[in-house]
Design a protein around this ligand. Structure first.
Ligand SMILES: *Cc1c(COP(=O)(O)O)cnc(C)c1O
Length: 423
């Protein structure tokens, strides 16, 4: 039996309807931007394996850091104990995050980072004896699949089975170009009519919605409105963090600073699951009390796993090298050229670029759903050609590892051009 066949016998995959889906491709090896399957077919990983892998597969530097940590201290509980890797990650992040971020809380994945932020927003007001229980979020947001994260997410088929079981979330439009005022007005009106605790957003780029982009000034204005009304702001940088937008964090483009930031995906260079939620001193102080009930009673068994921390440290060091910064610039320029080349194509609705993120919306005769027929056709075409891309409906996006070569990038572009002709 092949690995793919054995897989069907035992495994249940994420976001998969097993009755109608194809068998998964068994990958046996990865190096740089490339993956090889069990039949030795080569693939270019043009989405950095769900946005986690900026420095390439099987990266030696991160692997060495992990090995060294595994043979020194692989793990120790973080309740009542601490260790140097966690402290170093915290120090490093506080150095590079927006200046108001002062406290670091570890968890395991993007959803838990969001879960922690939402719980903190709610408990912050509980601790102050203020009744504020509504969370504000964008339409078509994606913040993860655990319950509070799902409640904040607005893509319906992820959450439809659970409607009516969520915390109170009110949605506002995304301030895309031309729709900014509508978004500001909606935020003001929600705040006026609800007891709002927090506003969670994907800064500048809504990843899972199909790399929907909006401007830093619009986000700054929304944060200002929240600040005037003492609504806590949560920047979910799980996708955008660590260089994807061309700056270390998307919030680096924005003149206002958020109260909390969620990080995960590229944190460990795509090696070990780990997440972090960061906070201002003011938030931490609302939990700092003689009364034990005011503490944040949240934790995970593997909180601040030292091996994950070692991987994160090596990753952040890599990100800060001149070589990696040059790579990010190179990919951005390359994307902009490709955008110019195809944006006037008769089958292209729009194309957009920010940092290493590129997206193109392709014209479709019918209303295209997230996992619709055009998406399937495109996906299969890319896989057949040896490129890993996961279109969102009629939107094809590229989010490459920063080490992807120009030659590999050109191959990805030309296959996207072929796909546009085909559909
Ligand atoms: C992927 C993602 C999450 C969820 O992260 P998981 O690790 O999959 O739980 C949350 N927020 C954003 C913006 C994401 O892109």
């Amino acid at each position: 039996m092949t690995l793919s066949e054995k897989d069907s016998q035992y495994l249940w995959h994420p976001y998969t309807q097993h009755k109608t889906s194809q068998t998964p491709i068994a990958i046996s090896r990865g190096e740089g931007a490339l993956l090889w399957d069990e039949n030795n077919k080569e693939y270019i990983d043009a989405i950095a394996s769900w946005w986690v892998n900026p420095f390439g597969h099987s990266n030696k530097i991160i692997a060495d850091a992990i090995y060294k940590q595994l043979t020194t201290l692989e793990h120790v509980l973080f309740g009542g104990f601490t260790h140097e890797p966690a402290i170093k990650v915290a120090e490093k992040l506080i150095e590079i995050l927006p200046k108001n971020q002062q406290k670091i809380f570890f968890s395991d994945n993007g959803s838990t980072a969001v879960e922690v932020a939402i719980k903190v927003a709610l408990q912050y007001f509980f601790n102050k004896n203020e009744k504020r229980t509504t969370i504000i979020a964008f339409e078509n947001a994606f913040h993860g699949d655990t319950f509070a994260a799902m409640a904040a997410s607005g893509i319906s088929f992820y959450t439809q089975a659970f409607q009516g079981m969520f915390i109170d979330v009110v949605r506002i439009p995304v301030p895309i170009k031309g729709q900014e005022q509508e978004s500001f007005d909606a935020l003001k009106s929600v705040i006026a009519s609800h007891n709002c605790a927090g506003f969670i957003f994907e800064p500048l780029v809504q990843g899972a919605a199909g790399m929907v982009m909006y401007e830093p000034d619009a986000l700054a204005k929304l944060i200002q409105i929240c600040k005037e009304n003492k609504v806590l702001t949560i920047a979910d940088e799980v996708m955008t963090g660590f260089g994807k937008t061309g700056k270390t964090f998307a919030m680096d483009y924005v003149s206002e600073q958020p109260d909390m930031i969620c990080l995960s995906k590229a944190l460990t260079g795509g090696t070990i699951p780990m997440a972090i939620t960061t906070f201002t001193q003011d938030i931490f102080d609302a939990f700092y009390d003689d009364d034990i009930n005011k503490a944040l009673f949240h934790g995970h068994t593997f909180t601040a796993n030292p091996t994950g921390c070692a991987a994160a440290l090596a990753s952040i060091d890599l990100l800060q090298t001149q070589e990696m910064q040059d790579n990010i610039d190179r990919i951005n320029k390359s994307h902009l050229n490709f955008q110019k080349k195809i944006e006037n194509h008769s089958k292209v609705i729009t194309a957009r670029t920010l940092g290493v993120i590129f997206a193109v919306e392709i014209k479709s005769d019918s209303e295209e759903s997230y996992y619709g027929s055009m998406r399937t056709k495109l996906y299969n075409f890319f896989i057949e050609k040896g490129v890993v891309l996961r279109p969102v409906g009629n939107i094809v996006y590229i989010l490459p590892p920063y080490i992807m070569t120009d030659e590999q990038l050109q191959k990805v572009y030309s296959i996207i051009e072929e796909a546009i002709e085909m559909v």
